[in-house]
Design a protein around this ligand. Structure first.
Ligand code: 5GP
Length: 195
């Protein structure tokens, strides 16, 4: 699209427990050009999660039907559940000039980078693996086993940071928040592959 009217596609990825969601919420509050892509998942809703707002909750059959119908920009299996980004809604928001954040895990991030080389890739991580473990175990909604699976995945994911254009380290809160907001402002203003 001409004239820079179309928004940027922004991937935010990084190990579970790094604090992606909280930082994204802050960025959405502070940067009006941003919008959030609501993913579909087969995982059960956690207490307080609203269908259509946090995720679109689907059965495995429904999810597989969506895959067959080509509805996903990317999808992946993570910790035994399927997660995917519905493409239609993302396109609609980009066309409306919004920059769209996809909060997705690494396999999905790689798919988006392949398909949309102009996407801005942001990696969020905790300052250390110890801190990641601490944050994951503080999440009362996970069983010990699910926590260990997630932690093992997190170790692998930290190794992928070089594949990203920007990194936000979620250590000291005010600083991390500011970093995230500035990163998003930079991207919205045309940072990396500005058209
Ligand atoms: P959770 O179950 O904690 O909400 O999410 C687990 C992981 O799946 C997180 O790393 C989250 O970013 C990722 N995720 C959420 N939605 C999607 C999606 O649409 N696609 C992919 N590939 N990953 C997703």
């Amino acid at each position: 699209m001409r004239g820079g009217l179309r928004g940027r596609l922004i991937v935010v990825s990084g190990p579970s427990g790094a604090g992606k969601s909280t930082l994204i919420r802050e960025a959405l509050h502070s940067v009006p050009e941003l919008a959030y892509s609501v993913s579909a998942t087969t995982r059960a809703a956690r207490p307080g999660e609203v269908d259509g707002e946090h995720y679109v909750f689907l059965s495995r059959d429904e999810f597989e039907r969506w895959i067959g119908e080509g509805k996903f920009l990317e999808w992946a299996e993570y910790s035994g559940n399927l997660y995917g980004t519905p493409e239609g809604k993302v396109e609609e928001m980009l066309d409306a000039g919004r920059s769209v954040i996809l909060e997705i895990e690494l396999q999905g991030a790689r798919q988006v980078r392949q398909k949309r080389p102009d996407a801005a890739m942001v990696f969020v991580r905790a300052p250390s693996l110890e801190e990641t473990r601490r944050r994951l175990s503080g999440r009362a909604t996970e069983t010990a086993e699910a926590m260990e699976t997630r932690l093992a995945t997190a170790v692998g994911e930290v190794a992928a940071r070089d594949e990203f254009d920007f990194e936000v380290v979620n250590g000291e809160w005010d600083r991390a928040r500011q970093d995230m907001i500035e990163t998003m402002e930079n991207i919205v203003a045309g940072g990396k592959d500005a058209e």
